[in-house]
Write a protein that binds this ligand. Structure first.
Ligand SMILES: [Fe+2]
Length: 184
């Protein structure tokens, strides 16, 4: 639940501002969850391709952490109070905790394919709604989505064969995607 706004940016109705803050807060939870999850992967990957995946992840962590900061500061700009504590993420999120512990690079990359699918789909839903509400926040979502889609491709390039088929195609869970990626 997003706290009531006592002021907001000029030219917006209170109801629209409230909804925009809710959309920003949902992405703030998603990006806070994602940069922590990416660090968890950075620490837990094993196998012969360890160093390339370990090192590929850190720039993604830094970028996603920057997205969270921009989203939080836009909530404050709207007169809202960004919720950034671990408990607030866990109680508000609509997705499950990342489900892979120590695992091979392919297992984690397979699971991350599913993670990025979920995050990017939600960003695109937000973009659709913001097209009517606020093109400035929409622009922020679009810029972040472009970067997330690029990172998703970096993950998928490890899961793709020469014919362009993804090993994770059709996987409905992180565990199923991890198993499919491990098999190749
Ligand atoms: Fe590190």
């Amino acid at each position: 639940m997003t706290p009531k706004l006592h002021y907001t940016v000029p030219g917006l109705s209170d109801a629209d501002a409230q909804r925009i803050v809710e959309l920003l807060q949902d992405r703030l939870h998603a990006t806070n969850d994602l940069h922590l999850t990416l660090k968890h992967v950075h620490w837990n990957v094993v196998g012969p391709h360890f160093i390339s995946v370990h090192e590929m992840i850190d720039p993604q962590v830094d970028a996603v952490r920057g997205f969270a900061d921009d989203l939080a500061e836009r909530i404050a700009t709207f007169g809202g109070s960004p919720q950034g504590t671990p408990g607030s993420i866990v109680s508000a999120r609509t997705w499950d905790e990342y489900s892979i512990g120590r695992g091979t690079t392919q297992e984690h990359l397979g699971a991350l394919d599913l993670v990025y699918q979920g995050v990017i789909t939600s960003y695109r839903d937000g973009i659709k709604e913001l097209g009517e509400l606020d093109p400035i926040t929409e622009d922020m979502f679009i810029g972040q989505t472009e970067q997330l889609e690029l990172f998703h491709w970096f993950i998928r390039a490890h899961l793709e064969d020469k014919g362009g088929h993804l090993s994770t195609e059709g996987a409905g869970s992180e565990k199923a995607a991890a198993a499919a990626a491990e098999q190749g």
